[in-house]
Design a protein around this ligand. Structure first.
Ligand SMILES: Cc1cc2nc3c(=O)[nH]c(=O)nc-3n(C[C@H](O)[C@H](O)[C@H](O)COP(=O)(O)O)c2cc1C
Length: 189
């Protein structure tokens, strides 16, 4: 049985990082992805990128609708390696923080926390308000939850945005046991 990672996508900036994460999961045959796009994610994809939603969906092994509240990931007995939400909006953070499982992304995140599986949140906003920071700080105390802001990285000496996006994506999938081929770790030199 393949290891399934649920990938939730919300309406924040940073869609190229999400696409790179889907590609990295696909490169590892022992893993598969289950994709859930929020309605706002679809709007942000259209506004900020040239990606076609159908092509993004084709990169996933399974696609769920955000309103499919009875789908597998809504239950703890459905086996997954955990969940990645990228990009993760502040509204999504607030929903997860309050256990408000009113759509499949929020319910899946709630289930991931209650089952104490890895939940990686590729959060994106700037500046963060006190509300955002409080929600993230409290979530970070839950077993398995990692808050990983989509930040610029320089220590690997990226030559272009694509290399920076790849590096961020590699960091986001690492907690699930995926080692990205071109991921350059800091070795102190
Ligand atoms: C082009 C665009 C970019 C956005 N970027 C962000 C962002 O970086 N962070 C954020 O928290 N919200 C951002 N938003 C606002 C969210 O899309 C909005 O709060 C939405 O209701 C989130 O819904 P969701 O969490 O269900 O996807 C953006 C909206 C648009 C249209």
């Amino acid at each position: 049985m393949k290891k399934k990672i649920i990938v939730g996508v919300s309406g924040a900036s940073g869609m190229p990082v999400m696409v790179e994460c889907l590609k990295l999961i696909r490169k590892h045959p022992e893993y598969e992805s289950g994709l859930i796009l929020s309605d706002s994610a679809k709007i942000t994809i259209e506004k900020e990128t040239d990606f076609e939603i159908s092509k993004i969906e084709a990169m996933a092994d399974e696609v769920f609708s955000m309103n499919e509240i009875g789908a597998g990931p809504a239950s703890g007995s459905y086996q997954t390696e955990g969940m990645l939400i990228v990009p993760c909006s502040m509204k999504m953070v607030a929903g997860i923080h309050s256990g408000y499982g009113e759509n499949l992304i929020l319910r899946s995140a709630d289930v991931t926390i209650k089952e104490q599986r890895p939940l990686v949140l590729g959060v994106r906003e700037t500046p963060f308000s006190g509300i955002h920071l409080r929600n993230m700080q409290e979530l970070s105390l839950m077993p398995g939850v990692r808050i990983m802001p989509l930040m610029m990285t320089f220590y690997h000496r990226p030559k272009n945005i694509e290399e920076m996006v790849y590096h961020m994506a590699a960091k986001l999938v690492e907690p699930f046991g995926i080692e990205a081929e071109k991921y350059r770790r800091w070795n102190g030199e």
